[in-house]
Design a binder for this molecule. Sequence first.
Ligand code: PGA
Length: 249
Amino acid sequence: MKYIIANWKAFVTTQKQAKALAQAFAKVKAEKHREIILCPPSPFLFAFGSSRAYTKGAQDVFWEKDGAYTGQTTLAMLVDAGVTHVIVGHSERRHFALDSDEMVNRKVRAALKAGFTVVLCVGEKEREDPKAIPEIVGKQVITALADVPLNQLSALMIAYEPIWAIGTGVADTPNDAMSASLYIRKVVGELYTSKAALALRILYGGSVNRENAAAFMHQSGIDGVLVGRASANKEDFSAIIKSVDIPKR
Ligand code: PGA
């Protein structure tokens, strides 16, 4: 099974645009070997319904149930909008909204407990730093999963998204993404069990486009892609979806 997540970020700015994209992807034939998850900005979560072709995800969530939390989107709001997946800890949230590892952990725990599939994003800032993966990514994974019970791990995906590759047009190599995924599995294996580590779904994100998507999709140890900019373009994202079926070279 391959997962293809569209993170529209704030590239989609009108309801009309969101609807048009959702309508286009609703026409994609539903296939058992791939799952498409569309993550619109939260004001547009109600702009389109569910479909056999895709599931709906949110770009973030707040951990408290309800109350005096101006500007937050709660889990109940997402349930009401028919959302099943939540991205948590995206580097842009960590950067612009100052989401700390501890806040990410609260979001992960709340969303898993509420029955959502959580897409936890981790990634290092600098490519050149040899300690970045063990220290930064390792710490992000360990902190995000604190107090997450083993029986909830099956609803978790981890998206390895090196920050230097996000929005830069310079993607990681499929091989290096696999090395990062191996390291993440090692950390999860140490925290839980090797069985859980093997079963964990790990995606790659960062400048995925129609040219490089197939290589990531077919890389062993990588279960799919998280796409930003290219996912808000109908033609590009359609090509990325099709790349699941391109035979491995
Ligand atoms: P990008 O973003 O595909 O535009 O690099 C990926 C992401 O941030 O999820």
